[in-house]
Each structure stands twice: as structure tokens, then as C-alpha cells.
Design a protein around this ligand. Structure first.
Ligand code: ADP
Ligand code: MG
Length: 277
């Protein structure tokens, strides 16, 4: 599988283009093969207990992938491995063609363009919505003072666009602490977006949301796909059904089934692990 992944771009090459031409996106992530994230044979054990074993997975650039699976399947541990929180015992994890995530630490992985949203939002409750987004902005330390005014306009535009995107337009001056549970979750997603991530990891994003908030979150994720790649771990099957393209089912630390939601829901092995809970 790794050889397939590393194979040079095939297909008709236009006028004198090098066959190994790399396509680097904004963060310098080489997605020339259309793959943003690649895990092969990843294993993690905690005191002899195998949380992940033989986990192989590939996510395309711009894809929205849903990950489901019973409690203890290894979904959160998988995200911990991608973000550098947990170091796998063995296996490979690549971001694009060339970034080996198993050799990078958490801050390096975050600045390479991987954003993660935890269940409990880490927003600044005493600050306004606007200030939360401003604080989350990547500051360019090299900026010369004379450029500040222009950049401030640019920052303002970016914050305005983000607020519109996360459904908080008109809430700029509200203290984050006064937002509803769903709005806080969206604000945190907005804070991640301010960093311009290539890949977003979202662990149970609609837990505790109202039906209306859940629906709006589905719309938000669908609007983010393409521009970003998303990995969404979620138990709420109605939500998964509303956003799912490809669904991966994890069980006992590896992939049990993968495909459309309909396909995996009709897979006898999947039915058994869910019934056997
Ligand atoms: P999921 O998110 O799919 O519910 P997890 O990745 O949280 O599953 O957990 C997978 C398994 O690994 C569980 O049995 C869990 O108890 C165990 N596990 C996860 N993290 C740790 C840890 N830090 N120490 C010991 N066991 C852990
Ligand atoms: Mg979990």
C-alpha cells in the first residue's frame, strides 16, 4: 500500500511537466497524489492493551470523512496519534506526501496545518467573540510596523468572514461566555479556521447540541469540505447521515468496514459489533 501511495503521479502529463512534480498547498503540504493523510499499520498499546493495531487509513485532500465505531474502538487514540499527543509504537502516519507526523511534536503538527477540536470548547469566556477570533489568528512576527494598518484591515476581513461562516455574524461584541453551547462550539471551530488549517479533526462535535444547532453544524461542515479536509468522529447517526460521504468503522483498534453509510450499515460485521455492545 505504501508503494502505491508513493508512486509518482501517473496519467497524461502536459507539455514537459516533470513526472515527480510536487504540488504544495499553502502550508507546504505536498498533496500531489490527492492524499492529505495516510496511516499505515499503526499500533498503540497502553500497558499491553492494544488500543490500535494494524490501523491503515487514507484521507483525500478536501474530503469529509466520518469515523464511527463503538466506545473503546480507538477513535480518540487515532486522533491523538495524528496530532502528536500519543506516539504510535509502530506504523507510519504521513501528512501529504512528505511530512512524517510520527517524527513531529504537537506544536509542529499544529503549525503544519492540522487543527483539532476537543469536546469541551477552549474559548476565552471573558472575551468577546471578535477578540477570541483575533487571539486565534496566526501572528506573523516578521511583519514590519508600516504594514500594520493594511494587515489590520485584512485581519478584520478574515474575522468578519469567519463570524459569518460560523453563524455568529452580528455577535462580534458578545462575551463568549454568554453564547449557547452550540455557538461556543462554532466559535471554537472559527478559532481553528483562523489558523488556516488544511485538516480539521473533530471529536463528537454535535454532542449536547440542539437539533437546530446540529443541523447548522452539518451545513457548516459541508461548506468547509473541499476547502479543508475534515475527519469527524460522531455517535449521532442522524448527523452522520446528513454529512457522510465515506464512513470508516473502527473496531478494536483497526478498520472493520469502509464505504457509504448505507454500505457499512448493511455490513453484517458492523451490525454485530453494534448489537454486541
Ligand atoms: P474511542 O474514542 O473509540 O471510544 P479510545 O481511543 O478513547 O476509544 O480508547 C480505546 C481504548 O484504549 C479504550 O479501551 C481505552 O480505555 C484505552 N485507552 C485510551 N487511552 C488510554 C490511556 N491513556 N491509558 C490507558 N488506556 C487508554
Ligand atoms: Mg473517543
Amino acid at each position: 500500500m505504501l508503494t502505491r501511495f508513493l508512486r509518482p503521479t501517473s496519467g497524461p502529463s502536459s507539455g514537459g511537466e516533470a513526472p515527480y512534480a510536487h504540488v504544495f498547498n499553502a502550508q507546504g503540504v505536498d498533496v500531489s497524489h490527492g492524499v492529505i493523510l495516510y496511516l499505515e499499520d499503526v499500533a498503540v498499546s497502553f500497558d499491553g492493551f492494544k488500543a490500535l493495531q494494524g490501523l491503515s487509513l487514507s484521507i483525500d485532500d478536501g474530503e469529509l470523512r466520518c469515523i464511527i465505531g463503538p466506545n473503546g474502538a480507538g477513535k480518540t487514540t487515532m486522533m491523538d496519534c495524528i496530532t502528536g499527543k500519543t506516539r504510535p509504537d509502530s506504523g507510519s502516519i504521513f501528512f501529504g506526501q512528505s511530512m512524517d507526523l510520527t517524527q513531529m511534536n504537537e506544536p509542529e503538527i499544529a503549525s503544519a496545518g492540522i487543527g483539532r477540536k476537543f469536546q469541551k470548547p477552549t474559548i476565552f469566556e471573558q472575551h468577546t467573540v471578535f477578540d477570541n477570533l483575533e487571539l486565534a489568528r496566526k501572528q506573523d512576527k516578521r511583519v514590519r510596523k508600516s504594514l500594520t494598518a493594511t494587515l489590520t484591515t485584512e485581519a478584520g476581513d478574515q474575522i468578519g468572514q469567519t463570524m459569518a461562516r460560523i453563524g455568529l455574524a452580528g455577535h462580534a461584541d458578545r462575551l463568549a461566555g454568554t453564547l449557547s453551547h452550540g455557538q461556543k462550539q462554532w466559535l471554537e471551530i472559527g478559532m481553528l479556521l483562523m489558523q488556516g488549517p488544511r485538516l480539521l479533526l473533530l471529536d463528537e462535535p454535535v454532542a449536547g447540541m440542539t437539533d437546530d444547532e446540529t443541523e447548522r453544524t452539518a451545513e457548516l461542515f459541508l461548506s468547509l469540505a473541499g476547502e479543508h479536509s475534515l475527519i469527524v468522529v460522531e455517535h449521532d447517526m442522524a448527523f452522520v447521515a446528513s454529512i457522510a460521504r465515506t464512513v470508516t468503522v473502527l473496531h478494536e483498534g483497526s478498520v472493520l468496514a469502509e464505504g457509504s453509510l448505507e454500505k457499512v450499515q448493511n455490513d453484517q460485521r458492523v451490525v454485530e459489533v453494534y448489537l454486541g455492545r
